[in-house]
Design a protein around this ligand. Sequence first.
Ligand code: HEM
Ligand SMILES: *[C@@H]1O[C@H](CO)[C@@H](O)[C@H](O)[C@H]1NC(C)=O
Ligand SMILES: *[C@@H]1O[C@H](CO)[C@@H](O)[C@H](O)[C@H]1NC(C)=O
Length: 427
Amino acid sequence: MHFSYTSLLLGTATPFVNAFPTAIFEAAANDPNLLAQAEQLSRSVGKRQAGAGAATSVFEPVPIFDAKKQYINVTKGSGHEYVPPGANDLRGPCPGLNAFANHNFLPHNGYATVQQYIDTTAKVVGMGPLLALFLSVYGGAIDGDIKSWSIGGTPSLLQGGVTGVLGNGLIGSHNKYEGDASPTRPDLYQDGNNWMTVTKQFQELVDYSPGGQVTLESLTNFRSHRFDTQVANNPYFFNGPFSGVLVQPAAYTFIYRFMANHSAENPAGTLSYETLQSWFGVQGSNKNYNAVQGTERIPDNWYRRALEYPYDTPYFLADAVAAAGLHPKFLNIGGNTGTTNSFTPVDVTDLTGGVFKTGTLLQGNNFACFAYQLAAQAKPDILGGLLSAVTDAVGKVLSGLSCPQLKAIDTKQLQALPGYSRKPVYG
Ligand code: HEM
Ligand SMILES: *[C@@H]1O[C@H](CO)[C@@H](O)[C@H](O)[C@H]1NC(C)=O
Ligand SMILES: *[C@@H]1O[C@H](CO)[C@@H](O)[C@H](O)[C@H]1NC(C)=O
C-alpha cells in the first residue's frame, strides 16, 4: 500500500515541510489505528487554522467537537479534583505531568510506570500513541529503571522508586531530556535549578501573545526570544543534540497543542491567559503574576483535543520543522564557550561522521531521522539494557523512514563546550 497524505496534511505549508511526513504515513499503513488517523487527516485538504501564520503549518484537520467525550471532569467527587503536592510528592520541570499528578491522573507521588504515562497522556490531553510511547519509554530509559520513572527528582524508598543513577527523574536528566531555553524554567547552570517556574518568564510568554490568546505563532516568537536571551545571558548555554533539537520544540508546541481549550466554535482550541495560568500554577493577573510552585492545575470546564486527531509524531515533527524554518538557529547544536554571546555551533557533518549536513536537515525525512537518532546517542551514563530500550523506541518511530544510519556521534566538539562537559549539580 502506498499513501501520500503529506500535501493533504500540510495544506499550504512551506515547501520544505511538505517533503517528509509522507513516509511516516507509509510506515503507518500497516497499522489499522494509525491508518484510521491518517484517513481522518486526509479529509482536511487545504484547510488551515483561521488566522494562522507560518508556525501553524499544521492545522487541526477535523472540525469536530464532542463536549461529552472531550470534557475532563475535575470537580469534587470525580476522583480527579485538584490536590496540591505534599512534602513526599515528586514534581519537576513538566507542568503537564505535574498537573496530571495533582489531579490523580498519575500517581499523586509523581512516580509512575511507562504504561501509566502512555495511558494518561492519551486520555487527558489527546497525545498520539507513537509520541506517547516514545516519550514515556525514553523517560523509563533515561530517567528511571525502564519500567518506571519520576516526574521530579530521585524517588525515595517511600515512592517505591529506584534510587541512584537509575532513578534520577526528569530533574536529573539535564542535557539528556531536560535542556536550556525552556519557556518558564531557568537554565540549570545559570540559576542552579532547572524546574521551578519563573514568574518573569511566564509574564514574557504572555507579553509575546497579544490579544489575550496564546498561539503556536506567539509561542514560536517567544521561543526565539528565549533562545537569544539565554545566548546573551548564560555563559554555559547549551543547545543539545536531543534536548535542544527535539525536546525544546515540544516544550513550546505542547503549550498550545495540549493546554488549549476546545469547543464547537473553536475545535482547534483557544488558549487564554487564564487557562495558561491554571496549567502553569500561576496566581494573580496580567502584570501581577505570581508563580506558586506545585500548583499546576487542569482548569475547570476544560475540554481536551478530540481523539480523532491526536497530536502524534507527524504533527509534532511538522510543528518542529515549521519553527526551524522560521528560525534556523533552533537547529544549531552547540553552546556558549564560558562567556555570554559566544555561541559556537558544532559542525553537523563532523558530529555525525558525514551522515547528515546542516544545509539539508529540513529536506526529506532528514529532520526526523536526525533528531530521533540523536536521542539514541544521548549516551546516558547507563547500562546496556537501558540503552537498548531507547534504541527500540527510536526504531519504532523511524521504522519505514529509510533513514541514513547514524552509528555514533563524535562528541569531540561538544566536549569543548562547558554547557556539555560540566557535571550537573541539581538544585
Ligand atoms: C510522557 C510524557 C511527557 C514527558 C516525558 C515530558 C517531559 C518533559 C521534560 C523532560 C520537560 C523539560 C524540557 C525542558 O527542559 O524544557 C518538559 C517540559 C514541558 N512539558 Fe512535558 N512531558 C510529557 C508530557 C507533557 C504533556 C502532556 C504536556 C502538556 C499538557 C507537557 C507540557 C510541557 C511544557 C509546557 C513544558 C515546558 C515547561 C516550561 O519550561 O515552561 N508535557 N516535559
Ligand atoms: C463530574 O463528576 C461529578 C462527580 O462525580 C458528577 O457529579 C458530574 O455529573 C460529572 N460531570 C459531568 C458533566 O459528567
Ligand atoms: C472552554 O470552552 C467552553 C465553550 O466555549 C467554555 O464553556 C468553557 O468555560 C471553556 N473552558 C475554559 C477553561 O476556558
